[in-house]
Design a protein. Sequence first.
Length: 561
Amino acid sequence: MLLELNVKNYALIENLNIQFAKGFNVITGETGVGKSIIIDALTMCLGNRASKDIVRKDKEKMIAQALFFIENPSKEVKVFFDRLGIDDVNNIILTREVTSSGKSIARINGIVVNVNDLRQLGTLLVDIHSQREHQSLLDRSKHISIIDNYIGVSLEKPLEELKLILAKYRELINRRDKIIKEEMQMEREKDLLQFQSKELSEITLVQGEDEELESQYKILNNSEMIFTNSNIAYELLYLNEKSVYNELSKSIDYIEKIKKIDEKVTDYLNILNEALLLIEDGAHSIRDYKDEINYNQDELEDLNRKIVKIDNLKKKYGPEIKDILDYKEYVEQRLEIIVNKNEVLSELDKKIDIQKDNYLKIANTISNIRKKNAQIFEKKITKELKDLAMEKAVFKVEQNIDESRFSTMGIDNIEFFIKTNAGEDFKPLVKTASGGELSRIILSIKNIINLSDNIDTLIFDEVDTGISGRSAQTVAKKINNISINTQVVCISHLPQIASMADIHYNVIKESTENETFTIFKKLNINERCIELAKMTSGHELTEKSIDHAREMLILNGKISP
């Protein structure tokens, strides 16, 4: 929802702060006072082009800033903000600065971005419909999304399934195309891969084996030294006449004699006996270790050859055995594709045909759902247009099936057509409808689908062009109906529409000897009655016209009786 718009030094605006409310906001004023400046300033915040000509005379720069609060951000908004590294996706501040020299700076929540980022985010926040901008209806590619929004939940599951199948189909197509494209390259690398495969297969490798082999080689290569030193240690500990074991045994005998006289040495004696057992166990362990030492020159040479071979493979295929094993797996897979290329392509073609059949089956189901609902949709829109003073208009949804059109939206090409007078042929909406007609068509669409496109703010500029009387009252009711769930900002010259709004802004133009200013003012109840009276009867106000204006507000439930 658009909360606030701040504009400084923009054309006729010197300093403007305008706060918008939830529901229906209306802006009125005489022709030429600058009502549409607010739309121009806002669209600059949303990424529209800006020139230095908009900077107020004798000022260095123009600043426009729009503040939004999004209670339930859409998935697209979350993804967008995640890409920019912005955590707060609820409070959004869009800022645009343009200097008198023509330099433009764009910011989102204080972070400098390019104008395309503003434009992309803007399409997710606001839908603007004016004489100059009708994003949804003037983009033929969005017509299918409008129909799908109208259909709603019954399309969600088949469309999601269609996307998954299409992803598999495209992945298979890419794999097949890659094999065909690389056919000559495959033949060139075939010999190399076969050589590498042979080289990698000549030795059986296990992850971590290189460290174990190094350890084994180190021990075997130093077996003589290990045997000698362990034998000496064994003799010193146990075997010699003056070994540690024998000398400790003598010490224990002496302490035993003391124990017969003084029991205090019992604990010492226990410790020494435990030490004697440990020395005996340790000595026997060293003896067993020594006896296992077996120098074998052939085994040493075999170990050395394997270590050298592994080192050579590491230099070619990676610093670790894991890298060598991964590359070996790649070589085997690559060779299988090259050697069995025709069989692989044949198998891929079968899988592609299966996915294609699956895709078309679901796509046709989706197409039938669209066809059934499009017929109802076009009748509803036609009825809405008759209520909006387009009595002769007939709205049509043109649906053409193209089974070669593989997209996430299916096989349908959908475009809106219209004829506004009896006897005319249907013509594409994007080429024939006027600005006022487009505004009323989008108003009809929004009234039917209740803005199910997850955009929180809808702006109508001159939606009431070419209507009056009873039709104007119908337009007002439809806008009010939309504003129940969606914030609406509407620029209008009709009292029937203005009296239906929740918040009423009036725009006036004031001049001094040297400058002209556009001023936006939020009207209280009395001011609102006077403004509505002016819109109804002109500048000659009477108590009757003011009373009539008050009665309009009462009937519309905007003030109490």
